[in-house]
Design a protein around this ligand. Structure first.
Ligand SMILES: [Zn+2]
Length: 234
């Protein structure tokens, strides 16, 4: 008798479960779905503007041995950094995607800089990173240096320079640098933290060989992404 009651109870419970399942409105089931969607897909991505310095009729500095144009190398570094940032979950916005200038029409340096500012304003980024290569009369001068203009950019400049010192400058040169503050259009045309990274000296045959090597640019771009991520996590 006891067993019979228990079996009967089980049958009733199972029937009730099946009935409730069949009668559950579709919207109740559908309503549960958003909670199962991973949260990261709903989070807006952090926007970073990448500015490949120079372009068009403005080649920037040129390589001491090969004559390679700074503008072309800046673009290559900006594009690989953009890929790395996208893979890390950022939205990377480039001021230029070609070897031409940012502004359309006949080349005009002021119009080009204004066009870059307009890209930054539209993007409303968490950070701006402008990529350049340096030049100095002494061919032995080497290394990666960060420049900035505003108080809002100081923490990013300091964090980025420290990271690039630790990972690149100290291991290869045996020394680091302090970030340098000055008047630079791209670094002060926005309220967002904005820095210029001079990724090496094209007046140095050693730095020139490094920055013309794609695997070196990939490594440098990875460290710039790591430096940015470390700064944004602070
Ligand atoms: Zn430059």
């Amino acid at each position: 008798m006891f067993k019979t009651i228990k079996l009967t109870t089980i049958v009733y419970v199972l029937a009730a479960v099946v009935l409730v399942g069949a009668l559950t409105p579709a919207f109740v089931i559908a309503g549960r779905k958003p909670k199962e969607t991973p949260a990261f897909s709903e989070k807006p991505r952090t926007v970073v503007v990448l500015d490949a310095g120079h372009g068009g009729d403005d080649p920037g500095v040129t390589g001491v041995r090969t004559g390679v144009k700074e503008s072309d190398l800046n673009l290559k570094t900006a594009l690989v950094l953009g890929d790395i940032l996208s893979s890390a979950g950022y939205k990377a916005v480039q001021t230029r995607l070609t070897e031409g200038s940012t502004a359309e029409g006949a080349f005009d340096k002021d119009a080009d800089m204004q066009a870059r500012k307009a890209v930054i304003e539209r993007a409303n980024p968490a950070a701006v990173i402008s990529l350049h290569l340096n030049k100095y009369e002494d061919a032995s001068r080497r290394g990666i240096q960060v420049f900035y203009s505003t108080d809002a950019s100081e923490a990013l400049a300091t964090a980025m320079q420290k990271h690039l010192n630790d990972k690149m400058n100290v291991p290869t040169l045996g020394r680091g640098f302090e970030p340098i503050r000055g008047d630079y259009y791209i670094a002060q045309c926005t309220d967002a933290p904005s820095i210029i990274i001079e990724c090496g000296f094209l007046s140095s045959p050693i730095d020139e060989a490094l920055v013309t090597d794609a695997s070196y640019r990939l490594r440098l771009a990875s460290e710039i992404e790591a430096g940015l991520t470390a700064y944004l996590a602070e």
